[in-house]
Design a protein around this ligand. Structure first.
Ligand code: SF4
Length: 136
């Protein structure tokens, strides 16, 4: 960046693509993950070790259309592959957040602006306490 005071950060597009496949793919992706691992994809979280071609070969060998998994439009009524794993966030909250994001609306940080209703605190029986917060 030619201008002082401007700090540019970005996420590698190839890694984002693979993350999209992992986040949106179901059990069918498991075979491809194993195939990539057997082909040497062991330390791919390290940028210098990441090789997209290893993953593309694994998807092709296992008949996985990774591009379709990562990019196809999904209805909000469609169950997500990992929906059986609860992280405490209410599914309806995620749908509302998606709608808000599409509308360009942001959701305030509940640590400072009050509860926005994700249900984590109730589901996991936690209470938000900020360091140094005498209210905790
Ligand atoms: S306060 Fe708890 S339940 Fe409310 S939005 Fe924050 S994390 Fe979710």
């Amino acid at each position: 960046m030619p201008r002082k005071g401007v700090d540019l950060h970005w996420h590698d597009a190839e890694i984002s693509f693979l993350e999209g496949v992992m986040a949106r793919g179901g059990r069918e992706v498991a075979e491809a993950i194993e195939a990539a691992w057997r082909a040497g994809a062991v330390f791919d979280a390290w940028t210098e070790q990441f090789r997209l071609q290893r993953w593309l070969d694994a998807f092709e060998a296992t008949g996985i259309d990774a591009m379709a998994i990562a990019t196809r439009e999904r209805e909000t009524s469609e169950p997500l592959p990992w929906a059986h794993i609860s992280a405490g966030v209410a599914p309806g909250y995620l749908v509302r957040e998606r709608q808000r994001a599409s509308a360009g609306e942001t959701t305030p940080d509940c640590s400072f602006s009050g509860c926005t209703g994700c249900d984590v605190c109730d589901d996991l029986a936690v209470q938000i306490v900020l360091a140094g917060d005498s209210r905790g």
